[in-house]
Each structure stands twice: as structure tokens, then as C-alpha cells.
Write a protein that binds this ligand. Sequence first.
Ligand code: GLN
Length: 473
Amino acid sequence: MMINLKNLTISKARGHLIKGDFKAVELAQSYLDRIEETDQDINAYLEIFSDVLSQAESADRKIAKKEGGLLSGIPLAIKDNILIKGRKCSASSKILADYVAPYDSTVARKLKDTGAVFLGRTNMDEFAMGGSTENSAFGPTKNPHDLSRVPGGSSGGSAAAVASGEALASLGSDTGGSVRQPASFCGVVGLKPTYGSVSRYGLIAMGSSLDQIGPITKTAADAEIIFNAIKGKDIMDSTTIETADLKTADSKNIRIGVPTGFVENEGIDEAVLKNFNDSLEKFKSMGYEVKDINLPNVKYSLAVYYTIMPAEVSSNMARFDGMRYGLHISGKNLIDDYFLTREAGLGKEVRRRIILGAYVLSSGYYDAYYNKANFVRTLIKNDYAEAFRNVDIIATPTAPSPAFKIGEKSDNPLEMYLSDMFTTPANIAGIPAISLPSGFKAGAKNLPLGIQLMSNYGREDILFGAGKDFLGE
Ligand code: GLN
């Protein structure tokens, strides 16, 4: 049978699978056909798994016996920095090109337990460092809405896969916006959960105090389903916290705060600002209260992020020395091996961040940079704590511009970093944030835009509630 993938969501597919309208194998085959047809243009996937149909068959057997979990037979795409036992996991880097995961990440294990079908692993910026997927060692991913543009990053493959109908939903990781910004560029939903609500065990680390795994989906309801499937305390990640099972929050009496002074800066595209204000009007018309708030220190987020993140990157990347994982190039002696392997295996942006991080952590500059940034991090957290006494949601655009052209910013790292101005604060504070598709740039149907909603720790329920109101599902 022909399954119409275009408007299919997890919730609908689940209903069809249970009713027997189609089988998981047929659904999986439809996605494989779609991938075959479109992925040569988009390059969302690094690999399509060879056992997709047998995964789906086993889901069908469970569904028939009424044993299936919540995601039984649901085809998902997984970012290539999330370990799935026995499968390659390269983080889109040459240094890990042939690395095979020896164990399951906690999220992969949880998704398997609930019956999900893994279609393949998606392209990304190398080690999740970037905002366009151009830093992949395996070629860029293209934006499904306009093949001359980037899909955003670093989870660009995961967002493009969902937007192009090559997966029903996907997982990404978000250190400074890598789930939300590509979701916004591709016109889909992306959630960065509260820090600690989803286990990082088996996620290739970038900035450990900032990283969270999150879903990319077509609807807020689907993001909620995946979040509920992957969240929870995990003994393998000591930073995880117990998460309450919250019902979707009631939209009555929800107050949205807008940090107007922060949003209206010279770096923001006029069309983005207009779309953002229109989205706020829509929330008002649905009964939400919208008011101005002040977050005095949040403007320092980008500087804080690009100090703390590289420091953590430089430390996390030390393990890729050619001895323990992946690529190994032999030289005259051990030190030579390190140099040769890292030079051949790591791309330019990764090396830039290792150098930057080693610098901000060096004894002469530690206080001036790393310590100072940590101090300001506390001020930013305090701004949010103060604001959440008076509002339930804080809204900004997700990104200051729509998807840019491939090559437009790749020679100018600073320009690329500015694209993260609205997304990094939530990682710095550890609060949850969701990007919702908010329409298109006026007069440009190929350029989707997104609105970002943030809430207090553990209050993803408020984001799902507002997301469902805004999108209708
Ligand atoms: N674009 C940001 C960066 O380059 C965010 C990356 C991420 O969230 N992994 O660091």
C-alpha cells in the first residue's frame, strides 16, 4: 500500500499500526523508498542500516501480540554522535570514520525497549561543532526547502531528514542550539530538554556541562512522546535527575515574557523580527498574556558560551589520540603518533576550538577567561530565576536569520557563531527550550522561521502545552 508520509506524525502512525491499517514493515519500506528517492540531493544520512526491515518485522510481531511499546514500529533517524551497539558512530569525523560502538547509549537502549525502528545515522557538523552541517567530514547536508542553503547545525542531518519526510522523527544533540536552530531552518519542532533530564551516557561529549540529547519532530505532541521515552535518571550519568511525569500544562493563565532589549539587536533580520511579533500576536489571541521582561546579563551568553564550551571541548577531545579509538597514524615516536593522527583526523573547526579551549584554561589566562565566564554564567542563571518568578515562558526567535546559503559563513567563524545568539542562553542556564515552526519569511516560501520558547527547570510540560496550542498538534 502507499502510505502518505507527508502529514504523518508519530501519534497518527501509532494509531494506524495498532488498528492494522498498515504494518511496521510497510511503513519502514515507505521511508526507505523516500530516502532512496531524495537523499542523494539532501545528504541527511551517513548510513542507512541494512536491517531496517527486520527491525520492523520484530516490531510487527510485538504489535500483533499487543506487547509493543509506545514507539513500536516508529522509524527514527539518529544523529551520528549517539552510540548504538554494533553500529558505526563517527560524529562525522575522519578520526572516528570506522569506529563501531561497543555499547548502547541510554537513549538508544530506551528507544529499542519501546520498539522504535532505527533507519540510519544522520550527518552533522564534526563532533557537533558548528551551525550549518558544513563541518562534516562527509560533505554538507542541504536544506530540503532550498538545496542551495544549509539545514542549520550541528544536527542538520536529523532536521533535514524529518523535514524531507525521510524519517518520522529523529534525535539530535544540543550544546548551544544544535537541535533548535536546524529545526527552525528546516521548519520542524526541536526540543532541548532540561540539563540532566536525558542521560548523556553514550553521547559523544562536546561540552559536558551544556550537552543534552533532544527530539526533532513535526509536532509538539510528537516531541513530548519522544521526550517521555528517553528521559529519566540514569546511574550511568551522574548529572541526571529524577523527572516527574507531568501532564501537558494547561494553557490558561500562561504568561509569556519577552526580553525585548535582547531580541531587538542590530544582528537580527527584519523579517525574523516581524515573524516573531506576529507569533506573539497569535499567542495573545489564544489567551496568553505577553509582557516585556529584562534579562540584563543574557547578552553575554554568546561570549560565555564560546569560552566555556571550547574549554570543555579541549578536555573532551583529548581522548582522540590515535591510541584508544579510531584512526591511528604511526610516526617516529608516541608524540609524533599523536600529532599525525590528530592532524589527519580532525577538521579545522574542531582544531580551532581545541586551541581556544586550551588557551582559556592555561594557567596565565584561566582566571581572566574561564573563571570569569563561569562567574557570568551564574549571573545569567540568576536572571532567569528572577524572570521565572513573574512569567511561565520566555520567548525569542530561535535564530537571528533564516537558513543561509551554503558557503556564505563558512570562512567567517565569528559570523557563524552569531547565529547562536538566541539559543546558547538556555544551555548556559540549563533550562528547557523548544523551537516551533512559525511560518516562512514573508515572500519566501522556501525559508522557514522558528520561535523559541523557554521555561523553568523541569517544566517541559509548559512548552508542550504552548507548542500544541500554537501548532494545533
Ligand atoms: N552552533 C553551536 C556551536 O557551533 C552549537 C553547537 C551544538 O549545539 N552542538 O557550538
